[in-house]
Design a binder for this molecule. Structure first.
Ligand SMILES: [Fe+2]
Length: 304
């Protein structure tokens, strides 16, 4: 399967409205000028593709859908065939759903952990439309997509097998820490577009990473977070594997935003060698003052 990037993320949250200020003012995202998701949805983006991050008012902090880009219609048809051969039920998006997602065509399925994913092609691009909510040098997207997501899954082996064997993700590296294993997966030069961490009985979104072009933008965002007394989930630090210099802020919706700069890339995928590490960071990334994550939910064990 030819997934090329993380295209979009939709989240449900009781605090969706807070993103109308948190997104543009703190993170420097642009508010997408459309109401495709309805008046209860805050639609944001970090480049010229509107609505890459949509947060909709709802009773729970939970991921509604993770959107993955494919190059074209033929690749989407091939992906459907691959999923169905693997015994996965695939639902075709309606014209209305495609319009709301701003794509030509999409299909939807559920992964073994229970997350809803969409595969799409033909995302809307409005060249020159990116108007960040504050001064910023911009975000690293283009061939690398929106950023990366880190998911908590109840069964790491089962999810890893699904993402690699069925969806075609490639392992970048693995990190063992605090008794957990994190596996990092790439589909383009971004070191990881997805990472998964196994926590038995739990499922949820740990964080979304947004990468800025200029180191000063990390400092400016960090200062804004401190000034506004927004809970910091992890202090400034530099990751051991992708060398991202970042901090983690608790979003209004229980998951964290990793705000980073300077990550290394996977430039020659066929020559990439998987390694494993014992620490997530070279320095920093100490726990901050944020409350425990609130975008995780218990998963009932399968009926035996
Ligand atoms: Fe991250």
């Amino acid at each position: 399967m030819k997934i090329t990037s993380l295209g979009y993320l939709r989240v449900e949250s009781p605090n969706a409205k807070e993103w109308a200020t948190f997104g543009p003012e703190v993170l420097g995202l642009a508010v997408s000028e459309d109401l495709a998701g309805g008046p209860d949805t805050v639609s944001l983006t970090n480049d010229d593709r509107p609505g890459r991050l949509q947060i909709s008012e709802g009773p729970h902090n939970r991921v509604q859908c993770i959107g993955w880009e494919l190059p074209g219609a033929g690749d989407l048809a091939d992906a459907v065939a691959t999923l169905e051969q693997a015994g996965v039920t695939v639902e075709r998006g309606t014209a209305e759903e495609c319009r709301a997602a701003k794509v030509r065509q999409l299909v939807r399925f559920t992964d073994p952990a229970g997350f809803t994913h969409e595969l799409f092609y033909g995302q809307l691009v409005v060249p020159g439309s990116f108007r960040p909510g504050r001064g910023t040098a911009g975000f690293v997207t283009r061939g690398q997509g929106l950023g990366h997501v880190v998911l908590v899954v109840p069964d790491l082996t089962e999810s890893l097998d699904f993402f690699c064997t069925v969806l075609g993700f490639r392992v970048s590296d693995e990190i063992d820490f605090d008794g957990n294993t994190l596996v990092f997966l790439h589909v383009n030069p971004r070191h990881h577009s997805l990472a998964i961490m196994g926590i038995p009985g739990m499922r949820g979104l740990h964080h979304l990473m947004l990468q800025v072009e200029d180191l000063d933008d990390v400092g400016i965002a960090h200062q804004l977070v401190l000034d506004r007394q927004i809970p910091l989930a992890m202090t400034l630090g530099r990751h051991a594997n992708d060398r991202m210099l970042s901090f983690y802020v608790r979003s209004p919706s229980g998951f964290e935003i990793e705000y980073g700069w300077g990550a290394s890339t996977v430039d020659v995928p066929d020559q990439w060698v998987v390694t494993h590490m014992k620490s997530t960071s070279i320095w920093g990334h100490r726990p901050g003052d944020a409350p425990p994550p609130a975008c995780l939910e218990p998963v009932s064990p399968p009926a035996s």
